[in-house]
Design a protein around this ligand. Structure first.
Ligand SMILES: NC(=O)c1ccc[n+]([C@@H]2O[C@H](COP(=O)([O-])OP(=O)(O)OC[C@H]3O[C@@H](n4cnc5c(N)ncnc54)[C@H](O)[C@@H]3O)[C@@H](O)[C@H]2O)c1
Length: 442
């Protein structure tokens, strides 16, 4: 099949590359010429494990190419995917659909022959019908259908998620479009991955409901963690005991500094707005947004308390600033709240992140970037683990403590324990939902 992928960001690039690996002929389009230039030169503009090799393979096979020319890519394509951004609209929390609608108009003008226009971006219920209207208005002669195909890949594990999905959701209005979508996903269908066909509205709703539910699960465990700290329970034991219940499951039950990233914050906000617009307030989701904001602020208090309220003139080493490991994505990362708060309180902040620097330099002004955790800890007053990259999961805590002026560790991902920290020579250790450790000598 001939496919055009409009938008070559985290989702568009991974989806386009994986479709080409299925054997389809794919052109990935982006209006950002820098991105396309890089890709055409064999460089990958984002960090996603395994993506570079897959691009190389499919470009070499002649199935995958990159272009800024939307019209040429759409011309003759059987399916055109819209995978542009849908960020939070400034001011009101709604999803900003301007990129989706602009892409739809451009596509309309370039359509030749029967085409299925598939929205992969996360969009509010009703958007696919709107896309249909926009295309029909811009090109009344266009022979097309729309389809909704929300994406569930996780950054950092995106290729595996795309190639071995829990399910594929396809919202369509008729059999003709359903057949084109079935053909595109045939390799997954043949391997028995569930393909769920729905109407347009249900497909759109599934994506928001799934993300809001996952954000709720994370926020729930973070709130329980806050209570654990007060009553002397241990959140790790609580999560384990809860997660073994098959009805609950152990995923997304790890207490931490609050959810972030390119999806949960904006999608929960958008769902809350959709609910308000229809006079069905999404009260749980609204509370989740509020509790998540509080969780982030609680992290700043935690670090401040660990340092007896004295951050002015102190040196703090922050390990990990991307919103999660194995990505370079900094969108809505907890570090963007926590690091400026530390700097605002007068601390000098050193930052280490295996992939975050390129994006993070502009977003975290005033920090010093360092190559590794031990250099960052040199004469520091506190180390804060913010993102659980593998290299921060196996730190030599003794070596780290020795380098520091005042060995104090805020482990906001619960990687270590008070016992580990005490043995390594730390005088203070705080984590999430567990008892703190403060040496008697302090
Ligand atoms: N990032 C994720 O993990 C993830 C997961 C599932 C769903 N989604 C959804 O997928 C969508 C895309 O997310 P993303 O993270 O890939 O966004 P992104 O910002 O990384 O990429 C969007 C790309 O679209 C390009 N673009 C915008 N308008 C264009 C146009 N008219 N023509 C060509 N290119 C255009 C931009 O230049 C940009 O490169 C969003 O709706 C998001 O909610 C994201």
């Amino acid at each position: 099949m001939k496919i055009a992928m409009i938008g070559t960001g985290y989702v568009g690039l991974v989806s386009g590359v994986c479709f080409s690996d299925f054997g389809h002929e794919v052109v990935c389009v982006d209006k950002n010429p820098e991105k396309i230039k890089m890709l055409a030169a064999g460089q990958v503009p984002i960090f996603e494990p395994g993506l570079d090799a897959l691009i190389e393979k499919n470009v070499a096979a002649g199935r995958l190419s990159f272009s800024t020319d939307l019209a040429a890519a759409v011309d003759g394509a059987e399916a055109v995917f819209i995978a542009v951004g849908t960020p939070t609209r400034r001011g009101d929390g709604h999803a900003d659909l301007s990129y989706v609608m602009a892409a739809a108009e451009e596509i309309a003008r370039a359509i030749t022959g029967y085409t299925v226009v598939v929205t992969k971006s996360t969009v509010p219920v009703g958007t696919n019908r709107q896309v249909k209207q926009v295309i029909a208005k811009a090109n009344p002669k266009a022979d097309f259908d729309v389809a909704s195909n929300p994406e569930f890949l996780r950054e950092g594990a995106a290729i595996d998620d795309f190639m071995r999905p829990d399910r594929v959701i396809v919202g369509v209005q008729n059999e003709r479009a359903a057949e084109v979508m079935a053909e595109i996903y045939r390799p997954l269908f043949l391997r028995d991955f569930p393909i769920v066909t729905t109407d347009l509205e249900s497909a759109e709703m599934i994506k928001y409901a799934a993300n809001a539910f996952l954000a709720t699960k994370i926020t729930f465990i973070n709130e329980i963690a806050a209570l654990c700290e007060k009553v002397g329970a241990d959140i790790k034991q609580v999560s384990k005991g809860m997660g073994l219940d098959g009805r609950i499951g152990n995923k997304f039950l790890h207490a931490g500094p609050g959810y972030g990233g390119s999806c949960f914050p904006k999608d929960t906000k958008a769902l809350a707005r959709i609910g308000q617009d229809h006079a069905v307030p999404m009260q749980i989701t609204e509370t989740v947004i509020k509790v998540n904001d509080e969780t982030r602020r609680r992290m700043v208090d935690k670090i401040t308390d660990m340092m007896d309220g004295q951050l002015a003139g102190k040196t703090v080493a922050v390990l990990g600033v991307t919103f999660k490991p194995n990505t370079d994505d900094m969108r809505e990362a907890p570090s963007l709240t926590i690091v400026p708060a530390l700097i605002g309180a007068g601390a000098k902040v050193r930052v280490v992140d295996p992939q975050g620097r390129r994006e993070g330099e502009a977003l975290l002004p005033g920090v010093q970037w360092v190559e590794d955790a031990y250099k960052a800890a040199q004469k520091a007053d506190a180390v804060v683990i913010l993102t659980e990259w593998n290299e921060f999961r196996a730190l030599d805590l003794k070596r780290l403590a020795k380098k520091m002026a005042h060995p104090a560790l805020a482990d906001l991902r619960n990687i270590y324990s008070a016992r580990d920290a005490k043995r390594a020579g730390f005088l203070r250790y705080v984590s999430i939902g567990r008892s703190d450790y403060i040496a008697e000598s302090v």
